[in-house]
Design a protein around this ligand. Structure first.
Ligand SMILES: [Zn+2]
Length: 287
């Protein structure tokens, strides 16, 4: 079960209470090749593999990323599992929602499709030369192109919108949040993950100029992207002001959901620095 917080300070005090135990648990996990755990995606006790590929991004020390590299036999990562848990907890019993996922070519899209079938719309950003709402053949699939800053959907189309680690790559994340609010019906819910750090201010890494060129404020960081080998540039590392940003974007309630449950593979990312450490959390916003 999630603990939901509508204040970053309350979330901070909760997370502080997990600091000592989580450090010991994760030190144990990072040394293992695999561990048995319950996966809520395939709904079974399965072997979860601990990726032994160390990363050194933004730190002096190499570290094992347990958010992306703690993977069930069904391919679900910790981020996938916690997203499924949050979506389930946020939908009413027996609800047959219309769902928009801002991904289409991922394994996680298939997980969502198995659950919502034709009620699910998936999309990817395929490039500025494509028409929003258009369908293009890409990597052997028919893929709908959408720009999160200007979605082609009518107002109030969906009951639930989901995006996973997208917001940090959008040049104007506030506009993206406003678009999510616009296409949700009143009472609908946005569930998303984003790298979020328990730090007092956002860290702006890059900015898009009016002419579309990129200003690099800090050394460029790229995350994996199924559409591009180069990956996606990180514009922003979000910190505590994010909940207020969500409320300013057309939502009536914004929450951080915290769920620390090592047996289900919900642990932190194991990053050793405060500006890189991420708890097992999701964001949820109600329109
Ligand atoms: Zn699984």
């Amino acid at each position: 079960m999630f603990l939901w917080f509508d204040s970053p300070a309350e979330f901070h005090s909760c997370a502080e209470r997990y600091k000592r135990s989580s450090a010991k648990i994760e030190k144990h996990l990072e040394r293992l090749d695999s561990v048995l755990g319950y996966c809520n995606v395939c709904e079974n006790v399965r072997t979860m593999k601990v990726s032994q590929i160390p990363v050194s991004q933004r730190t002096e020390r190499v570290w094992i990323n347990l958010r992306e590299g703690f993977i069930c036999e069904c391919f679900a990562t910790g981020r996938n599992r916690i997203s499924v848990e949050a979506i389930t907890e946020s939908l009413g019993q027996g609800q047959n929602p219309r769902v928009l996922a801002i991904e289409r070519l991922t394994h996680f899209y298939k997980v969502l499709y198995n659950r919502f079938m034709e009620r699910l719309t998936g999309c990817e950003y395929l490039g500025g030369d494509r028409t929003p709402g258009g369908t293009y053949e890409f990597q052997g699939a028919d893929v709908r192109h959408e720009n999160l800053l200007a979605l082609s959907f009518q107002d109030e189309t969906f009951d639930l919108v989901f995006h996973g680690d997208v917001l940090e790559h959008v040049p104007d994340y506030r506009k993206a949040l406003r678009e999510c609010a616009r296409v949700l019906r009143k009472g609908g819910v946005l569930v998303f993950t984003v790298p979020y750090f328990d730090i007092p201010a956002h860290i702006e890494r890059a900015r898009m100029n009016a002419d579309g060129s990129i200003l690099e404020i800090l050394p460029a960081v790229y995350h994996g992207n199924p559409i591009s080998e180069k990956g996606s540039l990180v514009f922003m590392q979000h910190g505590r002001p994010l909940l207020d940003d969500i409320l300013d974007s057309g939502f009536v309630k914004a929450e951080i959901g915290f769920n620390y449950d090592p047996f289900q593979g919900f642990v932190s990312n194991n990053n050793p620095t405060p500006e890189g450490h991420m708890w097992p959390i999701v964001f949820r916003a109600w329109k």
